[in-house]
Design a protein. Sequence first.
Length: 548
Amino acid sequence: MKNLSILGGFTRSIQRSMACSVAGLVHSTRHSFSTLREDPEMDQLMEFLENLKNFEKSGVPKGAGTDSEDGFDLGRMRRLMGLLGNPQSMFKTVHIAGTKGKGSTAAFLSSILRAEGYSVGCYTSPHVQTIRERITFGRWGELVSAKKLNHHFNTRREILERAVKLENGCLSHFEVFTAIAFSLFAEENTEIAVVEVGLGGARDATNVIVGPDLAISIITTVGEEHLDALGGSLESIAVAKSGIIKNGRPLVLGGPFIPSIEYILRSKASSMSSPVVSACDHGNRSALRGFCEVSGIPRQLCDIVLHIEKDFDLSIELLGVKLRMLGAHQLQNAVTATCAALCLNKQGWSLSSGSIRAGLEGAILQGRTQVLSSEEASLLGVPGATILLDGAHTKESARALTNTLQMTFPKAKMVLVVAMANDKNHLGFARELLSVGNLAAVFSTEVDIAGAKSRLTSASLLKCAWANALREMNMKVLDLKVADSEDQSLQAAGIVESQSILLAEGSLLACIRAGFKILSERTAEQPGIIVVTGSLHIVSAVLGYLHS
């Protein structure tokens, strides 16, 4: 990064007690925040996967998720599953698609099912720290162990190698790992699996699930992510996601959706004779009541009251539910999962209201409005700081994060530390978060995306996007390069009294520490908060540092 020197004065004063120069800090930060290496016990599996096409690293091709000649070939996935004995037919599945909210909804529903005592498999993507996070199973939701995962791979390696050869090397990293997950679920005698779509729905590798094996399909939201890969419009995205709807199997809609999008989803369901349950039904009265703290970590108090009569007779009343995942969007995800649980009840799965409550309250997902503990903040060199990690990376998720911050920390001064992939809407993301209010500074930084640099956005380019957004909104900008003297404090530089939003770029750890310095000198009475966001990869970098 060519402008790391702009943090010189601030990071030196922050680290004076550590006798660390900026050059040393930057060097150590880059080393500490490098991608974590997977467990050596998985070396054989990881070596095999690394030789396959990985679209998370390279980016998804145009039209890949559409029903066209350019779309992913679901036929090769079906052939692979056939070679493995079609393990996906050995358990029932809840299939979840959506632009946002599918991972959280999967976490809520899996937690509900486990609270009732079912053996549950859960398959999600991407992961935050280790690929093992994508596969959990059993009554306690354990991550698959490195030993078990590698052993499972080795017992099927010959089949997988033959499949790759038969498909002329076209099987992808995601397809093979999805097949391994389904095979593991079958081996572990999974009763029901909760499976998150990777991209779109119709052409996604997870969409090998056929009607008789599907319990419920869920579509959480439809937004403008992966536009090129999914046809270029909201309507084409909705069509792609509707591909998970199966004949005669119930569809749960999260939402809210704009009318034209909901029409597409309901029309597809009608053509498939699939009854529809909506989390936004007029009979539902769910509300966010406030916040409380449990062991120093904020939770939100919610009421979930559902009365759904059309096609189903579903009702439940849960008052004072304490959700660990924060924000109105997480309440909506919890309502969607509750609708799904009630639908499962109608199919003979026994899920009591007590288990639904316990499952909702116990659900947690790394990197979604995750507040670090005081011990973790100290490990980052910012003792006493409030640090929130959130993997938001779209306009919609930035809006949800903004709303959550305004509700949870209404008076706190804020500093943003942002890193993003190069295929995201940087300007739109910035516009949403600039409406948060009480914003003191924005630091742009860089982290590897899926372990590679090919998709990262440079810190300088990201900084330019934020500068443009600030100017569009007629907000004052102050570049930290105006105060780069080693011993100059923020007070002496006149920065603290400035009403401008500060912009700078640097290494991740240096940005966090410089942000803490700004908050310490700007917010003597009201504590501030450092928000690390822009992708799950920056969240992974912070958590990886803490756990290393």
